[in-house]
Design a protein around this ligand. Structure first.
Ligand code: ZN
Length: 228
């Protein structure tokens, strides 16, 4: 799959100037939706750190190098900004991929509790969560503000524990669990916590899956109009 972004083109309204002397103004056409852009960059909008980790497998593998993993750990706020993660290597990738697979098994639509894969995943997440998480400190900057730093460079187990504990909280919090949704987009596996008013959020993102649906609707309307 090509890196960067995948763009689906949509019909545009370009090249249709209004008649110079139209006696009656034509009704304003429905604006065409903007093109669908599926970002291959990590996203941090799933409502939970563990779900943001899960999202890194879609639409293509995003955690494919230690550098990418470092960027994700920082972007997800697992560590304070600027925390050195120089120890991250391929073994970290393997372990984060494993935790991600376990989270996926536990939160996907219709998980089967007590089934063997579910139980194994639950056991692994609990093991990941057992490790000691990085100790934070508040230190003063040159300007006098307090900022959060870690006691020392975190190891992989400590960072996995941060994400695994988030998963444990999600699994055991009835309110958050009731808001868990899988995106209604075609073949979109993104799972998020719906915190919208009325809990009517249908899409992982209105810019991607929501817009894709609007584009499809626009095309169906245009096709129906062309037939009449
Ligand atoms: Zn989606």
């Amino acid at each position: 799959m090509a890196p960067g972004t995948a763009t689906t083109s949509v019909p545009t309204r370009a090249g249709r100037p209004a008649p110079a002397e139209a006696p009656v103004p034509a009704p304003a056409p429905t604006p065409a939706p903007t093109p669908v852009t599926a970002s291959y960059e990590p996203r941090f909008d799933c409502g939970r750190t563990c779900l943001d980790l899960l999202a890194t497998a879609h639409p293509a593998e995003q955690l494919r190098s230690p550098d990418r993993l470092r960027a994700w750990i920082a972007g997800a706020g697992v560590v304070p900004p600027g925390t050195p993660l120089t120890a991250a290597d391929a073994s970290w990738l393997v372990r984060f991929h494993e935790l991600r697979g376990c989270v996926g098994l536990l939160v996907r639509r219709d998980p089967v509790p007590e089934a063997r894969p579910y139980e194994i995943a639950l056991g692994r997440v609990n093991e990941f969560a057992r490790a000691v998480t990085p100790a934070p400190r508040a230190v003063r900057t040159d300007e006098g503000a307090l900022v959060r730093v870690l006691e020392g460079p975190p190891d992989c187990a400590a960072l996995l524990a941060v994400v695994a504990r988030d998963a444990v909280e999600l699994l055991t919090d009835p309110v958050a669990w009731a808001g868990l949704r899988q995106c209604a987009g075609d073949n979109c596996p993104i799972v998020y916590v719906d915190t919208s008013r009325g809990r009517r959020r249908r899409w992982c993102s209105s810019e991607t899956c929501g817009n894709r649906e609007r584009v499809a609707r626009h095309r169906r309307r245009a096709a129906a109009l062309a037939r009449t």
